[in-house]
Write a protein that binds this ligand. Structure first.
Ligand code: BTN
Length: 260
């Protein structure tokens, strides 16, 4: 069984990146790594600083949801200072980096559910939250928050078993979280450095989406929209075709697949 201890030293030791993960702040327990990362970013922390927690007591999900971070999972936030043109690609590159990192360490097949849930066998293994502070067209900071169910077991959260899974549940084995975090940081930087050509990231992300060409119901705010997912725009918006042929462009929402 691999040793599953997490420490900043184990993560940064000879980490083959230029800046992502070269500074790691570890908190055994914290409200949310997003809160710490935000304070750090406001204090001009070096780009690529990672805040990682053993446990979060108030983890945040997309659309103001709560995110549970049980022991054995990964909860981390990465601070970046991209230019404004690159912002919409962060969601894409983060989900791609997670997919590549998990595929490097396991034989699992992963897919992305729009916009950035990472799925295995139709169940969510990772959630991603991107927060940014943009003023007068300038990005002050962006934070990518990533939560991965790794060695936690979903039987311990019975309400979530129909929709969520963990790497341990899928492989039957424990996985070293340090190895996974290191691989994730390498993949994050690799994609981040290709950002001037964001189109490449967009194309890779689009090909990994399991939600295209499917009959879905999209919950966007208070509105539920039915249709077929026609495509995604380069800014990440989902294009939903309704039965009367109209197309709605959806920027934020939750896709429920009906027949995949
Ligand atoms: C979602 O799918 O709703 C996004 C979940 C994002 C969870 C991660 S865990 C690390 C970081 N800290 C948080 O409070 N949230 C993100």
């Amino acid at each position: 069984m691999p040793d599953d201890t997490i420490s900043p030293e184990l993560i940064t030791d000879k980490l083959p990146t230029r800046f992502v993960g070269q500074r790691v702040l570890y908190y055994p327990s914290v409200t949310s790594t997003m809160d710490v990362a935000r304070e750090e970013a406001r204090g001009k922390a070096p780009e690529g600083t990672v805040v990682i927690a053993g446990e979060q007591s108030a983890g945040k999900g997309r659309i103001k949801r709560v995110w549970l971070s049980p022991k054995g999972s990964i909860a981390l936030s990465i601070i970046l200072y991209p230019d404004v043109k690159s912002l919409s690609y962060l969601v894409m590159l983060a989900s791609l980096a997670v997919v590549h990192a998990i595929e490097e360490l396991t034989r699992l097949k992963l897919g992305i559910k729009w916009p950035n849930d990472v799925l295995i066998n139709k169940r969510k293994v990772c959630g991603i939250l991107v927060e940014s502070d943009v003023r007068q067209g300038k990005v002050n900071y962006a934070i990518i928050g990533i939560g991965i169910n790794v060695n936690n077991r979903m039987v311990d959260c019975p309400d979530l078993t129909p929709i969520a899974t963990s790497l341990r549940d899928e492989t039957g084995k424990e996985i070293s979280r340090v190895k996974l975090v290191r691989q994730l940081l390498v993949e994050m930087e690799k994609f981040y450095l290709t950002l001037p050509e964001g189109e490449q990231i967009y194309n890779k992300w689009r090909h990994r989406l399991v939600t295209l060409g499917k009959r879905v119901r999209v919950q966007s705010g208070q509105t539920a929209l039915d249709g077929i997912t026609e495509s995604v725009d380069e800014d990440g918006a989902l294009l939903l075709r309704h039965s009367d042929g109209r197309i709605t462009r959806i920027i934020a929402g939750d896709v429920n697949l009906r027949d995949y």
